[in-house]
Design a protein. Structure first.
Length: 317
């Protein structure tokens, strides 16, 4: 009889343990490391943002020109050209100088400890670019609303026309991360280096030379067609699903590795003017964890308008 009760007791313990394990799994489902982005905080969804709208340590930046017709509560408008471009080189859309970024962040009430949320209505393009700008100037906590305004609207979230009151700060850039930006001379001397991979983030027609490249914010066409010899074409929007949500870690890693873009390489991205080049920089650096990634900010607005550097035509590197 004692053995019978002992067996029943053991069985009960097993059943309870399995039940607890099942509940724990439901509440805290196991997630393979391969399913997680290298920087798990780089992307947020509308639910997370709605839950944190009133957090005083968050500053939401909206790049949409429809901002004044309605925007996410407590967000501020930033003009992606006027506020983040060097006015002395606006035709090439190069990054604004340190003082200009300090003034911008001070004006919108950002401190060194602020969590900055980036939102746009151009398929994450402006958010990825600003993410790079902020990383270059040393800001740490930056996140993108995955899918931008479209995702917010598709989730049934509301807008407001109320402009938030901002207490200005005195933001100072403590460190410039020069490793995130590459200049012309480095590309000229290293484009055929086997340890370096160049990514052309433009569409295939501009990459091949079928179509002339042009600066995104001015429409001005470049003098020469084609791409830098050896550069691999990864159109910027290949990083996204059709709904403008970023592809999964596994999908992105496979797409890049299949093209020979691996983590052991120093990867340099370019496009027409540095805007779309931020797409692969963001994906490789933040989502996939590639250790050495930089943007050639002047991109083809510089390279394709010079006569002293090579270019090649066609669909292949």
């Amino acid at each position: 009889m004692k053995n019978k009760f002992a067996i029943m007791g053991i069985a009960l313990i097993i059943i309870i343990s399995l039940g607890i394990g099942y509940v724990a799994f439901q509440q805290f489902p196991l997630k393979s490391p391969e399913n997680k982005y290298a920087n798990p905080n780089a992307l947020i969804n509308p639910d997370w943002l709605e839950d944190n709208l009133n957090d005083p340590n968050i500053r939401i930046i909206d790049f949409s020109y429809d901002y004044y017709d309605g925007h996410i509560k407590n967000s501020v408008f930033v003009d992606w050209i006027d506020d983040t471009t060097d006015p002395e080189d606006v035709e090439r859309y190069t990054i604004a100088k340190k003082e200009a970024i300090e003034n911008l962040l001070s004006r919108i009430g950002v401190t060194e400890d602020t969590t900055i949320i980036l939102v746009d209505d151009l398929q994450n393009r402006l958010s990825m670019r600003m993410f790079w700008v902020l990383k270059y100037y040393g800001h740490e906590d930056i996140r993108i609303l995955d899918g931008g305004r479209v995702a917010w609207e598709d989730s049934g979230m509301s807008y407001t026309d109320e402009i938030p009151e901002i207490i200005e700060t005195n933001y100072e850039v403590a460190k410039v991360n020069e490793q995130h930006r590459i200049k012309f001379d480095f590309i000229k001397n290293n484009f055929d280096n086997p340890d370096i991979v160049l990514i052309d983030n433009r569409g295939s027609a501009q990459y091949s030379g079928e179509k002339a490249g042009a600066v995104y914010n001015t429409g001005e066409k470049h003098k020469r067609k084609g791409h830098i010899p050896g550069a691999i074409n990864v159109p910027w929007n290949d990083n996204l699903n059709k709904d403008n949500i970023f592809k999964s870690y596994q999908e992105l890693l496979k797409e890049y590795e299949d093209k020979g873009i691996t983590k052991d390489k120093f990867v340099i991205t370019y496009c027409n003017e540095g805007l779309h080049a931020a797409a692969s920089w963001f994906v490789l650096s933040e989502l996939l964890g590639y250790p050495k990634v930089a943007v050639y900010d002047e991109s083809m607005a510089e390279w394709a308008n010079r006569d002293d550097v090579p270019m090649t035509m066609g669909p292949n590197p």
